[in-house]
Design a protein around this ligand. Structure first.
Ligand code: FS2
Ligand code: SF4
Length: 547
């Protein structure tokens, strides 16, 4: 195996024996083979589109499969073998559909378009030879992988929108184009950089689509205080990002005597009007994903993982853990969707009834729900505070949390920010500082949480609005600095989206991606002013100097 798609890549270069995330070498290779299969499908699907042939099932299969390969989403070897075989069948259907047409298939002679799987052992042998390192040139490899990881993040957001009935064909078209492009030896550095930038454009589009899907279905997030203590009844803990699962679980637990708690990236569920009506949605339990091995043990009840991030489970709670959607873990029960898309969570409800109530690990409240509609509702207050100098600067500190000790930087940075600054956040990165007593400015809290990582889009909408209100030409003239923490591939698409919007001088930490070759990193530094992080003191000086 060779995997360097996340921030925790071993030794800052890549995992080669087993993933730091717990992914086995077999699963890593099979994920690579699934990607290779999707590239093969894309070769034909692109040609099909030129002849006016489209297929929603293909689009969904590509996006779902990409999502399954994101860090910490799915660890299930058997599931990946099944998916590769399904993908080959889909690819071959496309091939037959195009036989006898006028299709002239670029890359049609590529192995990805032609290979056939034999036994599982043969399939695994193939999987070991088509991975990241099969691209020899380190800059081409770096750009191909940067594009691939952007596409993976995009796929996750497409899927969240799709389950709510929202699609945008142009995003699927780009996904197929991007996947096929990673096989094309005629594309050099300049062409791949252009594709990476185009990926950012579709990143903005897909986050806008998901924002529309979420807010149309569940209402605009509202400013909300969320309880972080526990009640006396047994509960089910829901983690991940899938709001449709959240809705179904709330409906199916109503009146059962079982409470529902959110975990990690599901915290923003509390901000949606559609979920506020459920009295048995009691609070948020715990912190970011990486603390789950302790927190799932003390929760005492069933836990539903709707998406990443799963940590290999401990014996103390593995029998209470469930996966659904594109997540999976060997030996962990999976709740599938029925033919009509509905899911049956009754097994969790019955198990919860036999469990103790959660053990309290914290008490109090946190505040959130500062997505674009809520903040724009406060626009007069915010603009006044900026004009009077009560707010001197905003810091976008969105992104991910993770295990590395070096991420304490973000807690220290938030603590040491001057009192006339406000943090704009989204994603699980917030857990590094959302329980600190940072106070407020004229009634505006100093940490404004817009929601999940995809709600970074909200932060962009807010920035655009401020640019308009202040009559500025360029988003970079705003008193907004970007100090972003990344971990997995959704953060990659968020970053590419910000670059597409022209945001400059983003600080990215706690380490720069292992998949950026020195030359590709230099392109990002020279053109966008991207940099890593240093010490809190030095960075603070640098940030405050630019205002
Ligand atoms: Fe956090 Fe993990 Fe949201 Fe990332 S829960 S790092 O996948 O998507 O942010
Ligand atoms: Fe390593 Fe991250 Fe890949 Fe897991 S996802 S194998 S931790 S680089």
């Amino acid at each position: 195996m060779f995997c360097f798609q996340c921030q925790e890549a071993a030794k800052g270069t890549g995992c080669t024996i087993q993933g730091v995330c717990g992914k086995t070498s077999e699963v890593a290779n099979l994920q690579d083979l699934l990607l290779y299969t999707l590239k093969g499908i894309s070769i034909y699907a692109i040609q099909g589109r030129e002849l006016g042939l489209t297929d929603l099932a293909t689009e969904r299969f590509i996006a779902e499969s990409m999502f399954a390969t994101i860090t910490n989403a799915n660890f299930d070897r058997e599931g990946f073998i099944v998916r590769v075989r399904e993908g080959i069948a889909l690819r071959n259907q496309w091939k037959s559909r195009l036989d006898g047409t006028e299709a002239t298939i670029p890359l049609g002679a590529h192995d990805a378009a032609l290979w056939t799987p034999g036994t599982d052992a043969e399939l695994e042998a193939k999987a070991a030879n088509i991975g990241v390192l099969s691209t020899g040139d380190e800059d081409i490899r770096s750009l191909r992988e940067l594009l691939t990881y952007g596409l993976k993040g995009m796929a996750a957001y497409m899927e969240h929108a799709a389950v709510l009935g929202y699609h945008e064909d142009s995003v699927h078209v780009f996904m197929e184009k991007g996947l096929a492009a990673t096989l094309d030896n005629d594309l050099g550095v300049a062409e791949l950089i252009a594709l990476v930038m185009e990926c950012g454009k579709f990143g903005v589009d897909v986050m806008a689509l998901l924002d529309r899907a979420n807010t149309t279905t569940y209402g605009n997030p509202e400013i909300t205080k969320v309880n972080i203590g526990v009640g006396s009844r047994p509960g089910i803990l829901i983690s991940g990002h899938d709001l449709l699962d959240m809705e179904e679980l709330l409906k199916q637990t109503e009146g059962t005597g079982v409470d529902v708690y959110t975990h990690s990236e599901m915290l923003p569920g509390h901000y949606y009007p559609a979920f506020k009506k459920y009295d048995h949605l009691v609070g948020n339990y715990g912190n970011a994903w990486w603390k789950q091995t302790e927190e799932f043990a003390s929760f005492n009840g069933p836990i539903l993982m709707t998406t990443n991030c799963i940590v290999p489970p401990k014996d103390s709670y593995v029998d209470r853990l469930y996966t659904t959607g594109h997540t999976g873990y060997p030996g962990v029960k999976h709740i599938p969707a029925g033919a009509d898309g509905a899911k049956d969570f009754s097994a969790l409800v019955e198990q919860a009834k036999r469990c103790a109530a959660p053990t309290e690990i914290e008490t109090g409240e946190i505040i959130g729900g500062f997505a674009h509609a809520a903040v724009i509702g406060l626009a007069d207050q915010v603009v006044d505070a900026v004009k009077t100098g009560a707010i001197k600067q905003f810091f976008v500190m969105a992104g991910c949390d993770g295990r590395m000790k070096s991420r304490d930087y973000y807690t220290d940075f938030a603590s040491e920010l001057p009192e006339d600054t406000v943090i704009l956040t989204a994603g699980c990165a917030k857990y590094k500082y959302n329980k600190l007593e940072l106070g407020s400015i004229g009634g505006i809290p100093r940490v404004l949480d817009a929601g999940q990582c995809n709600d970074s889009y909200s932060l962009v909408v807010i920035a655009m609005k401020l640019k308009e209100v202040f009559g500025l030409e360029d988003i970079n003239e705003l008193p907004i600095s970007y100090n972003i923490a990344w971990y997995e591939q959704k953060a990659v698409i968020v970053l590419l989206a910000l670059l597409h919007l022209g945001v400059k001088n983003i600080h990215l930490g706690p380490t720069l991606p292992a998949f950026l070759s020195p030359n590709v990193a230099k392109v990002l530094v020279d053109n966008f002013g991207i940099s890593g992080i240093g010490s809190v003191e030095e960075d603070m000086k640098q940030f405050m100097a630019v205002v």
